[in-house]
Design a protein around this ligand. Sequence first.
Ligand code: ADP
Ligand code: ADP
Length: 224
Amino acid sequence: PPTLQLSGVQRTYREGEGRLDVLTGADLEIAAGELVALVAPSGAGKSTLLHIAGLLERPDEGEVYINGTACGSLRDADRTRIRRLDIGFVYQFHHLLPEFTAVENLVLPQMICGLSRAEAATRAEQLLAYMRLKDRGDHRPAELSGGERQRVAIARAVVNAPRLVLADEPTGNLDPRTSAHVFDALAALVRATGLAALIATHNLELAGRMDRRITLQEGRVVEI
Ligand code: ADP
Ligand code: ADP
């Protein structure tokens, strides 16, 4: 099965009398190893799509399949388990824990998933080295550059070996050169691990380097 499949996903926000049909029947399949760009104007529904794909929100209609598992009828606890084990998130702002070092930021999510501190630290250090952050492990987020923080955030997103990475403007607050470096690190990880990745971006240069580009038109997914 595809790593991620959306089928007929609809989402309407209601406020008082008003209604906003953000997703009106979105269909999407992403296979293992595919890096897909989501390029659409602000307000088109990119974040809503990512939240639904990441099991953070439920669609009003339609189904989300992760590795072939239909997630709509699952209890919240089962959705949380799939989210923790199979899905990694990267945001525009790093969301690292400010009081903890880069290594500790990677150790904690692994311990939540049951690894010992020693196992988690070994994996954290390997992953930081892979991201060319070997000598940054003991730094807190405030002591890292913007590009380094985002590379730590990417490392954290994949530290539990998920099958799918969802990223919302992961380079949105970086200059073009740093954006390219951060993107290269993410792309290398996807290539090396066979992850599937869906990356919302306004950066057309980066979108052009991904395997496929999709947009949202009137609440539906359209291939560009
Ligand atoms: P994008 O990420 O493409 O900018 P969003 O998915 O964030 O788009 O939002 C799509 C539309 O839905 C926007 O008009 C936004 O204001 C609206 N919206 C998003 N979340 C909510 C919410 N929780 N309640 C009401 N409206 C929302
Ligand atoms: P960039 O041009 O990539 O944004 P910066 O100029 O922010 O980089 O930082 C350059 C180097 O200095 C980085 O390697 C970073 O680790 C280090 N650095 C930045 N801010 C601090 C800080 N507050 N304390 C310690 N080291 C820092």
